[in-house]
Design a protein around this ligand. Structure first.
Ligand SMILES: NC(=O)c1ccc[n+]([C@@H]2O[C@H](COP(=O)([O-])OP(=O)(O)OC[C@H]3O[C@@H](n4cnc5c(N)ncnc54)[C@H](O)[C@@H]3O)[C@@H](O)[C@H]2O)c1
Ligand SMILES: [Zn+2]
Length: 818
């Protein structure tokens, strides 16, 4: 390589590494794996050492990767927070050991091994036994002060008690989001159609830097500690320090061990290679450190890393599997996410059956064909990803994956906006997941406030076609009797290609027998999955006989089932039975099989079929049928739901306006518009000019409003809602003010308040006659300055000359405090 080439490559690598550092530390995202990142850095380091003339003092090889952010106060680290050298190879580990041996003049030394926890580094400073400061690593010299956020982590001791606690000391560790919590958050996000968090590490680092500690508290971060620092800590070996902080109540992972030489270290590495996946958090390697502090000092540091420690990183594991199919998920915003269904394969401690594909570009980038053998990898990500295709194994004539054109939920032609990676379903009104999103918004606490309508219930009502829009909610009252017994989930059902309704064997056997428990039957069917139906039924007969419960009756029913199945023209489906056949066995004396088949063609549940047929069932038959159904709506649930819906009719105009979900009309805007126009018709007829004259209304909002009222379906919806008595007119002063002490004042609160939660302060200001604004502007009369008010906000307020008062002063102003 010529010096010219080297220079160009160094520049290119520097640019790339700086970019990936930036998105990793500032945006909590990744675009390449850690392995790929480490390879880039390694290449840079080797080029810089071959061509030292091109080594820039600010090269990423010379600096710790993070930086500080603008939103927090910063603090200097008393002891610099460094990075660690890392390697993926055993040879390099042995070379490290040789350097250590040489550096110490071949005297004896010990290693202390810990797992490398994949989280965010934190430094806690204690003075007189109290936690005074929690600081991120930042650029290694200076970090962000995130004390309030860290205090929400339950097992971090705020006070240390005991004998001989040093007056001042620092403890370092790794904050992490437990895998279970991470999965929970992502399940919620998936259900809400929000983008998934890539991995627990990024989620943890994003959380640590949130502005709102109450959200941090909900995330249930945890922390493992691995270092004690201070001038008078009274120990001179790392293992002693670890035992000390354990004794003081810090959470230390019990996975550490002391090794007397590098061979033992290799044993430790091997022993955790698979076992680490059983730990509650992600780990990406092992850190080995010289145990003795004096020896550490002798070995010293480079600009960026200690010479007495190194991280050995496990390579991400990969496996081969077969692409079975692709499922396209529709989120609540209409965004489409393709997911690969794979033949189950064992990988990194779990069985993998699905891998994320993100969007059409990713499928194209991989060049996926139907039935391809693919490589799956599980790096830092919980959701594995496909890293490539084994081209030599591609089947003859395999077709490239064709991305879907139509929404899998509603059949609408998908759209893809210029410059966007994701496809969208434009059918915002009736595409089921999008409708779910809209209804959830409508019933939200700050909108129509119908808390008896949770997601599961709304989903059921949408799936079974009881609600297609908001107005339908108010017509449920007349359908109360149909709702009784409505099934909450359709998981137990399947439709055959030609539209016949099937039910799981477990549920069918449960309803067809008497005296056998659902769980016992489930265990039985699990043992007999994949077998031909005839054989399963024979085995079930033996199972009934062995159970010794109501044998004659149960076997009799089973024989009837066999006979009807034999004569029915219906297709077969693995592990399922046709619903009409099962119903025929249960209630056959009332109705013929052909009538049942006909009724089941257009229905998705047993409840639906029975509603349609309206048969006079005996008590016993009803009980049997009940066993066939999924969980159902009961009387209490229904009356509770209807009560909530009825009560919502008295929500004031501004809440209703917000609930309608008109694009760009948030809560604040809804209030402003409601106050200005006083009723929906005035808003509907408002011209652009009038709208633009209102403070806070801009061009985008004007066009969303006009677009909304241009749509005849929306107008019809409003008319229907009016007939149900919803408030489309502002009832002025309908809210009794608690006081007028804030009358005419425009107020904003920033930072953490002690007497109010986020939403409470808004209600409080308004209840006392004030107006709450959501951003810093000249219009404000004052800002209530809470704890840890963001420095950028503060700066802006000072620049605009907005007065800031403390929470105490505010409380005095409203007479809540002497
Ligand atoms: N994928 C990307 O785009 C991208 C970008 C930037 C950085 N990265 C990754 O981030 C890492 C670089 O970050 P780094 O400089 O923090 O190095 P590092 O994470 O490899 O090592 C240092 C850190 O390890 C942590 N650590 C965990 N367990 C520890 C233990 N038992 N003892 C001591 N320290 C422990 C500490 O937080 C410490 O700050 C690399 O692994 C790199 O792959 C990836
Ligand atoms: Zn759709």
């Amino acid at each position: 390589m010529t010096p010219q080439q080297a220079k160009a490559r160094i520049e290119e690598l520097t640019k790339q590494i700086n970019y990936h550092n930036h998105i990793y530390y500032q945006e909590h995202r990744i675009e390449i794996s850690d392995f790929e990142f480490d390879k880039l850095l390694e290449e840079l380091i080797s080029l810089e050492s071959a061509f030292p003339e091109f080594l820039a003092s600010d090269s990423p090889s010379q600096r710790v990767g993070g930086t500080i952010t603008k939103e927090f106060e910063t603090a200097l680290h008393e002891y610099r927070m460094l990075s660690l050298g890392n390697t993926y190879s055993e040879e390099e580990l042995l070379a490290f050991d040789e350097r250590v041996a040489k550096g110490l003049g071949h005297r004896e030394y010990e290693y202390f091994c810990e797992l490398k926890f994949d989280g965010v580094a934190i430094s806690l400073v204690y003075e007189n036994g109290r936690l005074v400061r929690a600081v991120t690593r930042g650029d290694g010299t200076r970090g962000d002060v995130v004390t309030e956020n860290i205090k929400t982590i339950r097992n971090i001791p705020l006070h240390i008690k005991g004998d001989n606690i040093p007056e001042k000391f620092e403890v370092r560790g790794e904050i992490f989001l437990p895998k279970k919590e991470f999965e929970k958050i992502n399940e919620e996000r998936e259900a809400n159609g929000e983008a998934l968090l890539a991995n627990p590490r990024n989620a943890a680092s994003g959380t640590v830097k949130m502005q709102d500690s109450s959200i941090v508290a909900k995330r249930r971060l945890n922390c493992y500690f691995y270092q004690l620092l201070g001038d008078e800590i009274g120990v001179d070996k790392h293992d002693e320090a670890i035992h000390l902080i354990e004794k003081w109540g810090f959470n230390v992972s019990p996975t550490y061990t002391k090794c007397k030489d590098i061979r033992e270290v290799l044993g430790y590495i091997e022993s955790w290679k698979e076992d680490r996946f059983t730990l509650p958090l992600d780990t990406d390697g092992v850190v080995l450190k010289i145990n003795d502090y004096e020896q550490r000092e002798e070995l010293g540091f480079t600009a960026k890393i200690p010479r007495w420690a190194i991280a050995y990183k496990y390579q991400a594991e990969s496996a081969e599997s077969e692409l079975l199919s692709i499922t396209y998920q529709v989120g609540r915003t209409g965004a489409i996410t393709p997911v690969a269904n794979l033949a189950p394969v064992h990988l990194a401690g779990t069985t993998v059956k699905r891998a994320s594909l993100h969007n059409a570009n990713e499928i194209e980038r991989l060049g996926l064909h139907e039935g391809d053998t693919v490589f799956v990898e599980k790096g830092g990500e919980i959701i594995p990803k496909i890293t490539g295709v084994a081209l030599e194994k591609r089947k003859n004539g395999a077709k490239p994956i064709a991305y879907i054109d139509l929404c899998p939920e509603c059949g609408t032609l998908l759209e893809r906006k210029e410059g966007e990676a994701k496809h969208f379903c434009p059918n915002t009104k009736s595409c089921p997941p999008q409708l779910l999103g809209r209804i959830e918004h409508f019933v939200h606490k700050r909108a129509m406030d119908i808390d008896s309508l949770g997601t599961e219930r709304i989903k059921t009502l949408i799936d079974q076609h009881y609600i297609r829009n908001f107005a339908d909610l108010y017509e449920l009252e007349g359908k109360a009797d149909q709702l009784l017994g409505l099934e909450m989930s359709q998981d137990q059902y399947q439709k055959s290609d030609d539209g016949y309704l099937f039910i799981s064997l477990t549920k069918a056997f449960f309803a067809l027998t008497d005296g056998l428990s659902l769980s016992a039957i489930q265990k039985f069917t699990e043992r007999h999955t994949d077998q031909p139906l005839k054989r399963v039924i024979k085995a079930f007969e033996l199972f009934i006989r062995a159970s010794n419960k109501k044998v004659a009756q149960n076997v009799g029913t089973l024989m009837k089932l066999e006979e009807i199945l034999e004569n029915s023209p219906l297709p077969q489906m693995e592990d399922h039975l046709p619903v009409p056949v099962v119903l025929n066995v249960l209630i056959g004396n009332w109705i013929s099989l052909s009538k049942l088949v006909e009724a089941s063609m257009h229905e998705n549940t047993v409840h639906g079929i029975l509603l349609k047929l309206n048969l006079p069932l005996s008590r016993e038959q009803e009980d049997r049928v009940k066993k066939l159904k999924a969980n159902t709506f009961q009387e209490g649930v229904i009356s509770n739901m209807l009560e909530g819906i009825r009560a919502s009719k008295s929500q004031p105009f501004e809440k209703l306006l917000f609930a309608l979900g008109i694009r760009n009309i948030g809560e604040n805007t809804a209030q402003i518009l409601a106050k200005h126009f006083k009723n929906i018709d005035a808003l509907k007829n408002a011209g652009a000019e009038e709208l633009l004259n209102i403070n806070g209304v801009g061009e985008t909002l004007v066009s969303s409003i006009h677009e909304y009222f241009k749509d005849p379906e929306n107008l019809e919806l409003i008319e229907r809602l009016k007939t149900h008595g919803l408030n489309f007119v502002l009832v002025e002063e309908e809210r009794k003010l608690e006081s007028t002490s804030l009358e005419g004042l425009k107020i904003l609160a920033s930072g953490k308040l002690n007497h109010f939660k986020r939403d409470e302060i808004i209600d409080f200001v308004e209840a006392n006659g004030g107006q709450y604004l959501k951003s810093v502007s000249k219009a404000l009369d004052f800002i209530i300055e809470g704890e840890d008010m963001g420095p950028s906000k503060k700066e802006k307020a000072e620049k605009l000359g907005v007065k800031m008062i403390s929470e105490d002063e505010f409380l005095q102003m409203v007479g809540k405090k002497a």
